[in-house]
Design a binder for this molecule. Sequence first.
Ligand code: AHG
Ligand code: MN
Ligand code: MN
Length: 333
Amino acid sequence: MKRISLTQYLVEEQRQNNSIPAELRLLIEVVARACKTISHAVGKGALGEVLGTASTENVQGEVQKKLDIISNEILLEANEWGGHLAAMASEEMETIHKIPNRYPKGEYLLTFDPLDGSSNIDVNVSIGTIFSVLKAPEGMTEPSEQDFLQPGTRQVAAGYAVYGPQTMLVLTTGNGVNCFTLDREMGSWVLTQRDMQIPAKTREFSINASNARHWHPPVQRYVNELLAGDTGPRGANFNMRWVASMVADVHRILNRGGIFMYPADTRDTSMPGKLRLMYEANPMAFIVEQAGGVATDGQQRILDIVPTKLHQRVPVFLGSREEVEVVTGYHKG
Ligand code: AHG
Ligand code: MN
Ligand code: MN
């Protein structure tokens, strides 16, 4: 089998479809290289002294794991000097990180969740990195938080790496979704799945059911109907999977279908759901739509939401078209 590397894929994509300008290509390659470094650290585990908790909290008040901080540092350092970025933003940093003056600045903005699925780090379960790329607004001189607050429809690229039994990189630049597997011996990303498509129909759902008593009525109704199985209103049995790493749950859905939900609930109305719009929901929604799926917040398309805050949270329903439409319909009805 002829192997196509990430570099070759990007160059050919640029030639054929003109969809990837040279600076964006460099950006994607640098992010992919950083993910390779993170994958290496993840793989070392206790041997690399990367497990366990740091003594710090992030801006969301979550206790940081050592690997949250290490991964954030790896992504910042890798992306600072290339001249392709104006600024970065991350789950692990309160405000934006401008490119230091000693380096040239580019026209892109990068946001990331450096390590997704933190609760799984110390138990050797799949975790990942999620990223999203925007263009800096026309005429921007000094980047500010405001420049990042663009709807997900403006993303020019998004992707995630999943550190599981294999390390994979799933990428979209708005022309379908492709998956690359890390060849650990060669240190290269090899194209292993072209044009991924989420099956429209599914019999599998993904939600943290321990929160059931807090859910709003549309989510209660939807999940109860799934649980009722073939004697209930849906007339079919549904299976449940919850990894508690969004990357891993989304990766399964991209491959064999399913619906992923992290709804808002009745506990804290100032906190609509758990997941963050800019670096979790938006990149995943872009990927899911590019693979023929749907992503909503229960009311509207996630990609249409105009952000008001860098770390804003949003309810998430995404995956196979038919199921996401059913639960979104229950919210509207
Ligand atoms: P992070 O580790 O970046 O904070 O994200 C964790 C997220 C997401 O990956 C996952 O789907 C969800 O939180 C898990 O939530 P529960 O702890 O409620 O299962
Ligand atoms: Mn996350
Ligand atoms: Mn994270």
